[in-house]
Design a protein around this ligand. Structure first.
Ligand code: URA
Length: 433
């Protein structure tokens, strides 16, 4: 088999066979196929697309390029949740203990990663003492006992995806539905879950800005998952403004705790209940989505979800007292209000800009070796549809630096105002099965 023939076949719009896809992925991972040929194939896929069969084979070839996590020692149906990423997305911190409280085993492997804030692990590490450095055996035991554990990424998962993603980044081939879908799904499938709930974001702060593109991506991932024997569904949710009011690691943990206490922002609670009821249903802990939702609402109301969070934190050496005393989480030295320059109704908050502003304060990593400051971030006071008086605070910066004038300007640049009323944006656009 020759790579040049595969490139030509895809360039001309034909379907690659399983053997051809494995030849390309194995050869590229072990260095036999050079970057320039893989780039050409990625570009051919970008223009010619892939069939559902090809997408599933590509996903599996990437899964098989590295280790696969075996969760078979964990009892019950393991359901994973994946979000395509957004600003202020602290869903996992609230959702994991929430579904664990109703008996769904959550065996979460998480990363740090680059971005506006840290990843789930960084956020959890804002809790004093919390550690994700647990052995595989401890991980299994904790999930069996408490229904929830989070471990840092171990092993060599999907090396083909890592190499191909870096190549796509510099060859203008990231934005391709078959390549994105197989990239995300390869990581989910290698992580060992039996069923997968996807939260595909749409809007200005999302990877996919247009609703129809987000639906296509969701459809592609759901098809891959189901074809590969993992029951998969997707929710399409809004990212035209940050989720909730907080952006920043400790600040987001605080907001997640408030939600589990029965308060917190409406959008965060609604998203957690929507995703959570799908997880509970897929885990076969409820006969219908409505029943699943009722179980989750009860777990918030009677305090079992909050208790599950405390048990989880304590089991991983963290201080469970943060749940009752969130003021003991890391706190920034300076609080600086951002004041509205004009009166009006908030018509848009460009989530990416708020994310970048949080990163400028030190909440996220610009490169993989950057240190992050867990205490800093932004608390929004106004969201789309809210009215604002001139001079009123639209946000508060939590900073560990005195000079934040550039961050203030960035927050101003994120907000747009209009006269007259504006509807609150839709939160859940669709669900895809
Ligand atoms: N996220 C991924 O993991 N892969 C992609 O290709 C795009 C976004």
């Amino acid at each position: 088999m020759r790579m040049v023939d595969l490139i030509e076949k895809k360039r001309d719009g034909h379907e690659l066979t399983k053997e051809e896809i494995y030849f390309a992925i194995e050869g590229y991972t072990n260095g036999d196929i050079p970057d320039y040929q893989m780039s050409a194939l990625a570009m051919a896929i970008f223009f010619q697309d892939m069939t559902t069969n090809e997408r599933a084979e590509l996903t599996m070839a990437m899964v098989k390029s590295g280790d696969q996590i075996d969760l078979s020692a964990i009892e019950g149906v393991k359901v994973d949740k994946h979000s395509t990423g957004g600003v202020g997305d602290k869903t996992t911190i609230a959702l994991a203990p929430l579904v664990a409280a109703v008996g769904v085993p959550v065996a979460k492997m998480s990363g740090r990663g680059l971005g506006h804030t840290g990843g789930t692990i960084d956020k959890l590490e804002a809790i004093p003492g919390f550690s994700v450095e647990i052995t595989t055996q401890q991980f299994t035991e904790l999930v069996n006992k408490n229904k929830l554990a989070v471990v840092g990424q171990t092993g060599n998962l999907t090396p083909a995806d890592k190499k191909l993603y870096s190549l796509r980044d510099v060859t203008a081939t990231v934005n391709s539905i078959p390549l994105i879908a197989s990239s995300i799904m390869s990581k989910k499938i290698a992580s060992g879950a039996d069923a997968i709930v996807l939260d595909v974001k749409t809007g200005s702060g999302a990877f996919m800005k247009q609703l129809d593109q987000s639906k296509q991506l969701a459809q592609a991932m759901v098809e891959i998952g189901n074809r590969l024997g993992r029951e998969t569904m997707a929710i399409i949710s809004d990212m035209n403004q940050p989720l909730g009011y907080t952006v920043g690691n400790a600040l987001e943990v605080k907001e997640a705790i408030e939600m589990l206490r029965g308060g917190g922002p409406d959008d965060l609670r609604e998203l957690c209940l929507t995703l959570g009821s799908q997880m509970v249903f897929l885990a076969k802990k409820a006969a219908s989505i409505e029943e699943a939702r009722q179980q989750l609402e009860n777990a918030i109301a009677d305090g079992t979800a909050l208790e599950a969070l405390k048990v989880f934190i304590e089991a991983q050496n963290g201080a469970p007292s943060v749940v009752d005393h969130p003021e003991t989480l890391p706190e920034a030295s300076y609080k600086v209000e951002v004041l509205a320059k004009q009166a009006g109704t908030v018509s848009a908050i460009v989530a990416d800009k708020i994310g970048t502003a949080a990163m400028l304060l030190g909440a996220g990593r610009a490169t993989k070796d950057s240190e992050i400051d867990l205490a800093v971030g932004i608390v929004l006071h106004k969201k789309i549809g809210d009215s604002v008086r001139a001079g009123e605070a639209i946000a508060t910066l939590h900073a560990n630096q005195e000079n934040v004038s550039n961050v203030i300007e960035m927050v101003h640049a994120a907000y747009s105002f209009t006269d007259g009323p504006i509807d609150k944006p839709t939160l859940i656009y669709d669900e895809i099965h």
